[in-house]
Write a protein that binds this ligand. Structure first.
Ligand code: HEM
Length: 287
């Protein structure tokens, strides 16, 4: 989600024609902006921990020449002799780090403002990485098999298609200098790319609030709770919340802005609990 720079009705051409809003009138817009910044800070911290885990576990194993250590976490990891799939997975893991850190850099308004050439080049690299990871992910899921059951495989494949679609549209708008549209599609792309991160954070939130694996079988990693979670985080909830946020930014109805701010704040609390649990139980133990 866009953080500070362009949010709020103050920046729209329509508001330039209307009288300045009262102090109370500006409050919902300020709350909306604060909720978005709050969400971004929690998400950025959580994604940085995830990137550190990826570098610490997979990067260290690869650099030390022990790719079999990838299998400490993955059931479908390194397989001796399967050169093609090992290579696809190795690229996937390397790019997982690049795309996570790169996505966060793209969203920082100060970097876009002060280093536009850097934003353009990292943006191109981000788009290419997103495309390579999605296609590589599809190859692994359908060519070799992956953790989880068929509904989860369908959900993550939908996520890959969303990433490819958002990347293509964001790129076209950037080339045509339609910057407002580019910004919207880049935000959608960021959330689609973050789907795998949301899945891990959502899973740990679910396990913590239920004090165990409720609604799914931990051994086969399948069950209704995981099906719902997968479709929710890969394709529905983050994108729906973003649309609400974008509409609220343009809306003059304070109730819409309050509701969007409350929705984002609630999502941030869920994310924060999930990040804390994932960090403690999933990521830190492997560093
Ligand atoms: C674009 C953002 C993505 C990131 C940052 C990412 C990151 C990762 C990471 C870190 C792992 C290692 C497992 C772990 O330690 O948690 C992994 C494995 C894997 N990823 Fe991705 N991934 C992304 C997208 C995708 C997509 C879109 C697909 C499928 C279409 C996919 C399919 C896989 C598969 C099959 C594995 C092997 C492990 C398994 O059996 O599930 N990934 N990914």
């Amino acid at each position: 989600m866009q953080t500070a720079s362009r949010s709020g009705p103050d920046s729209s051409p329509a508001s330039a024609r209307t009288p300045a809003p009262s102090r109370t009138g500006r409050l919902p817009a300020r709350l909306l902006r604060a909720a978005a910044v709050f969400w971004f800070v929690v998400t950025a911290l959580g994604q940085l921990v995830f990137a550190t885990y990826v570098a610490g576990l997979y990067g260290r194993a690869t650099v030390s020449g022990h790719p079999e250590l990838w299998n400490k976490v993955m059931p479908h990891g390194y397989v001796a002799g399967e050169t093609f799939f090992n290579l696809v997975l190795g690229l996937h893991l390397t790019f997982a780090f690049v795309i996570t850190v790169g996505g966060l850099l793209q969203l920082v308004p100060a970097i876009r403002r002060t280093l536009p050439a850097f934003h353009r080049w990292t943006g191109r690299a981000y788009l290419a990485t997103a495309a390579i990871m999605s296609v590589g992910g599809l190859v692994m899921v359908w060519g070799r098999g992956a953790a989880g059951d068929l509904p989860q495989h369908v959900a993550i494949s939908l996520n890959a298609l969303l990433i490819l679609t958002c990347a293509a549209i964001a790129w076209r708008h950037a080339r045509a200098r339609r910057l407002d549209l580019h910004r919207r599609w880049a935000l959608r792309l960021f959330l689609a790319v973050s789907g795998v991160w949301f899945f891990r954070v959502g899973l740990m939130f679910w396990i913590v609030v239920n004090q165990g694996p409720a609604g799914f079988d931990a051994d086969s990693f399948s069950g209704p709770a995981l099906t719902v979670l997968a479709f929710a985080v890969y394709a529905i909830v983050p994108l729906a919340l973003l649309e609400f946020y974008l509409r609220a930014q343009r809306s003059r109805r304070t109730v819409v802005q309050y509701a969007a701010a409350a929705g984002i704040a609630a999502a941030t609390l869920v994310t924060g609990v999930g990040v804390a649990a994932a960090t403690a139980l999933m990521w830190l133990p492997h560093l």
